[in-house]
Design a protein around this ligand. Structure first.
Ligand SMILES: [Zn+2]
Ligand SMILES: [Zn+2]
Length: 379
């Protein structure tokens, strides 16, 4: 498994371009006579293993894509693809699922069928969405689907399982303020969109603090500001771009209503007009308690129940496994990659960091979890 992981790490590919990755995984599956279906969401692979007896059907998912990051690690298997890096551990996720598939092919003393889902484009490409749109669950009906992501900051040998919310929904905010440009020395003849934008940015800081109940969560961040081209010209327009995160659609909709009121109200009061739009990226990743319990039991059988953290705080990050969970029941868990601080064990380096690496010491733990989950559910 370490050999596979290092091969994948050395050859990272970006979203929907995981061609060599997909070929490599497919060749290992085929060399073990495992039935595969390719081409779903461009590079996706579904590998299917039947147990000795008939029974239910479940899906297990790993992601395959890398990030557009220049790797700064200096080990033998560092990325040979310039500007691309497995900085989120998807090399490890694919390897753990591959290990479980090969084990279960050789030890198929379970009742039912397992679909092993190797998914492209988790990093912003929405590979999970495309798989659902291309009919993954029509072609491969599953009673439930399960996902797992490594998590730096959680110790090696531990898991974290959430009963409901794990990761937030993520939308891109776009605000265009239209004023009236002109000479910087004659502001009275202009409607300055920069001043309007400044008021809006300030006022947006109250959306969460004054409108969302303190024990609920949302984030509104303006992250890009774009206006103007010369020091002596008031521009016509200003564009603000940002990020919205939330767990419940009710709160997400309330926050968007508040943003719209502020954007339109401030613009109107200052003589400008504004357009507000929010583009959904990923929905929230919300587990079903029944399936979270099955995951926690399987994890406890691998690492002991003391090492299965229950209902830790979710993160405001997001995950496109949400699309699979919106189309099927299931659950998504975290496997510890090692503790921070960064001068501690290497597994503690945060995701998407130039020095991140998946921890090889957890490969067998993750594979054992998948195997145990199958044996528990498909008894
Ligand atoms: Zn990532
Ligand atoms: Zn990831």
């Amino acid at each position: 498994m370490v050999t596979w992981r290092h091969h994948l790490h050395k050859h990272p590919e970006l979203s929907f371009k995981e061609e060599m990755t997909s070929d490599y995984i497919a060749s290992i599956l085929e060399s073990h006579n495992i039935e595969i279906h390719r081409g779903l969401a461009v590079t996706g692979i579904i590998a299917t293993i039947h147990g000795q007896k008939q029974g239910g059907v479940i899906g297990l998912r790993a992601d395959m894509d890398a990030l557009p990051i220049q790797e700064l690690n200096e080990f033998s298997y560092k990325s040979v693809h310039d500007g691309k890096m497995h900085a989120c551990g998807h090399d490890g996720h694919s390897t753990m699922l591959l290990g479980a598939a090969i084990y279960l092919k050789e030890h198929n003393d379970f009742s039912g069928t397992v679909h092993f889902i190797f998914q492209p484009a988790e990093e912003g490409g929405g590979g999970g969405r495309v798989m659902v749109e291309e009919g993954i669950f029509d072609k491969f009906p599953c009673q439930a689907v399960y996902g797992m992501h490594n998590f730096p900051g959680i110790a090696e040998g531990q898991f974290a399982v959430h009963d409901t919310a794990v990761m937030a929904a993520n939308e891109t905010l776009k605000i265009t303020i239209k004023g009236k440009g002109g000479h910087a020395a004659m502001p009275d003849l202009c409607i300055d969109p920069v001043v309007v934008g400044a008021q809006i940015i300030n006022a947006l800081q109250t959306v969460v603090s004054r409108n969302v109940a303190p024990l609920n969560s949302a984030v509104v961040s303006i992250t890009m500001v774009n206006a103007g081209f010369a020091s002596n010209v008031v521009p016509d327009e200003m564009e603000l771009t940002g990020s919205l995160r939330y767990f419940s659609n009710e709160i997400g909709n309330k926050v968007k209503d508040n943003i719209k009121s502020i954007v339109e109200g401030i613009s109107k009061s200052m003589g400008a007009t504004a357009i507000f739009d929010s583009i959904p990226n990923y929905p929230a990743t919300i587990n079903t308690p029944k399936h979270a319990e099955l995951c926690a039991i399987a994890a406890s059988m691998v690492v002991d129940s003391n090492n299965v953290l229950r209902n830790e705080q979710p993160t405001m990050g997001s995950e496109d496994f949400a699309f699979l969970l919106n189309a099927s029941e299931g659950a998504y868990i975290w496997i510890g990659n090692g503790l921070v601080p960064e001068d501690g064990p290497k597994g503690g380096c945060m995701l998407h960091n130039t020095q991140y690496d998946f921890n090889d010491e957890i490969l067998h733990i993750g594979s054992s979890y998948w195997i145990q989950l199958v044996k528990n559910i498909l008894k």
